[in-house]
Design a protein around this ligand. Structure first.
Ligand SMILES: [Zn+2]
Length: 468
């Protein structure tokens, strides 16, 4: 049996204002209905005006996904009644979308075709109260969305997840969508069917998957369910399902009989959207280096392992940070280790705080460790401090007296003390147990608060021991 999956991703565009009015599009956390006006409340006679930046963002995404941009696209009314839709229709694009026929390459190398990419407005939100009534919040009504529809080229739940991950990465690189799935900035619906022979099976649609895990789990569940039905010799019913995260099951939302007829027709209040060549070229030129291109270049330029590359290029800011670091500290693998083990760890511990340490300062700390000015542990300490305060490494080392001790006199006096306090270990050494050197060196490090230059300390320790 063959699994066929197609995905529809709704991505909220990062514009300041809504798609057809000047209300703020940043509705998250705002008090209910505070971000509304006659246009997005659907008052009679209010007229929509298209947000130019939303078009630019959608164009950038379309170009990054290698889409064709027809010179003209039109907005359409998608009619249906639901209390979160004040006009009784949603302004979307139907027969002539903004972009068509693109593709996205998965990290595995497989190419997934993109059928279309279009602009539409979001709906409001309903809050269903346990008391038995619902509240309407229209802050989200009119927020710009971009819908990206793939061809049914995905053949497993794992591949579907990879597709959404890569798409999200691209949109975040472009800066057109935050990709925050928990806040609903990136939403995904899936069409899935299982076919017994080469004929395409009857498909079901799954809605309400709002994490990568949910996408994979919902699809796994649905594929297994369809296979079980077909194995019993029964038919799959065409239906719209919803994913229940708590029970981890798909549930019936509506059957084929209840399928909506949206009676699409061209939106009479908006003129056709024309994308001139100059505009399209300007958008093409504004595209940053995209994740896949960056990964290929890094493998060539830096010779890093694939794992390091995938971790460090996941987010554009971190990738560019790394590029700045290696401009100064030209040891990519070493810099990569430090960034993954220190910088990314610190950020994971404090995800909301900004990274205050500048790339040049990060590179400088690595240089200081390499030259022996500070040891590795001190290097980590300085990174942690600079991460929070943005102070330069020199200032931190000076303030905290963290410089490494390489001065012979100071080291020798510490060694003398250690040898005097550990006569048993010294005796062991004399009787041929060379392994105690490591222990004694550890004691010297401890006696100097971890600041002794390890190489120098070992050299002096050995000199002392052999002279005994
Ligand atoms: Zn408004």
């Amino acid at each position: 049996m063959r699994t066929v999956i197609g995905l529809e991703v709704h991505a909220q565009l990062l514009t300041k204002t809504k798609l057809f009015c000047s209300c703020s599009a940043e509705y998250f956390g705002a008090s209910p209905n505070a971000r509304t006006c006659p246009v997005c409340l659907g008052m009679p006679g209010a007229l929509p005006v298209l947000n130019e930046l939303a078009v630019e963002y959608a164009l950038k995404a379309a170009l990054a996904l290698h889409c064709e941009i027809p010179p003209r696209s039109i907005f359409a009314r998608k009619n249906y009644f639901y209390p979160d839709l004040p006009k009784g229709y949603q302004i979307s694009q139907y027969e002539e979308p903004l972009a068509v026929k693109g593709h996205l390459d998965l990290p595995t190398g497989k190419r997934i075709r993109i059928r279309r990419l279009h602009l539409e407005e979001d709906t409001g939100k309903l809050l269903h109260r346990p008391e038995g009534y619902s509240l309407v919040d229209l802050n989200r009504a009119g927020v710009p969305l971009m819908e990206i529809v793939s061809e049914p080229d995905l053949d497993s739940p794992e591949e579907a997840r990879l597709y959404v991950e890569e798409l999200r990465r691209i949109l975040r690189y472009l800066g057109v969508c935050s990709g925050d799935m928990e806040e609903g900035s990136l939403r995904c619906d899936a069409n899935v069917s299982v076919s017994v022979d080469d004929q395409l099976g009857t498909k079901t649609e799954i809605k309400n998957m709002n994490s990568f895990r949910a996408i994979e789990e919902a699809l796994k569940f649905e594929v297994a369910r369809q296979k079980a039905v077909l194995q019993k010799g029964e038919q799959i019913e065409q239906a719209t399902l919803t994913w229940n995260e708590i029970t981890e099951k798909t549930e019936l939302m509506r059957s084929k009989e209840e399928a909506e007829d949206y009676r699409y027709f061209p939106e009479p209040d908006l003129v056709p959207l024309q994308i001139e060549d100059a505009w399209r070229e300007k958008m093409t030129e504004s595209l940053p280096e995209l994740p896949a291109a960056k990964q290929a270049r890094w493998a060539h330029d830096y010779g890093l392992p694939a794992y390091d590359i995938s971790v460090l290029t996941d987010e554009r800011r971190i990738a560019e940070y790394f590029e700045e670091v290696v401009k100064i500290y030209n040891k990519p693998k070493d810099a990569s280790n430090w960034m993954m083990s220190e910088l990314l760890r610190l950020r994971k511990e404090a995800p909301t705080s900004a990274i205050k340490i500048a790339p040049k300062d990060f590179a400088h700390i690595l240089q200081m460790v390499e030259s022996g000015q500070i040891n590795r542990n001190t290097g980590k300490e300085v990174i942690a401090e600079a991460f929070q305060t943005g102070k330069t490494p020199e200032a931190i080392v000076q303030e905290k007296g963290l410089s490494q001790i390489a001065d012979e006199e100071t080291l020798l006096s510490a060694i003398d003390r250690v040898l005097a306090e550990n006569s048993k270990a010294v005796a062991d050494y004399k009787s041929g147990k060379e392994a105690v050197v490591g222990f004694l060196q550890g004691q010297v490090m401890r006696a100097t608060g971890g600041k002794a230059d390890p190489k120098k300390a070992r050299e002096l320790l050995m000199r002392k021991l052999t002279a005994l």
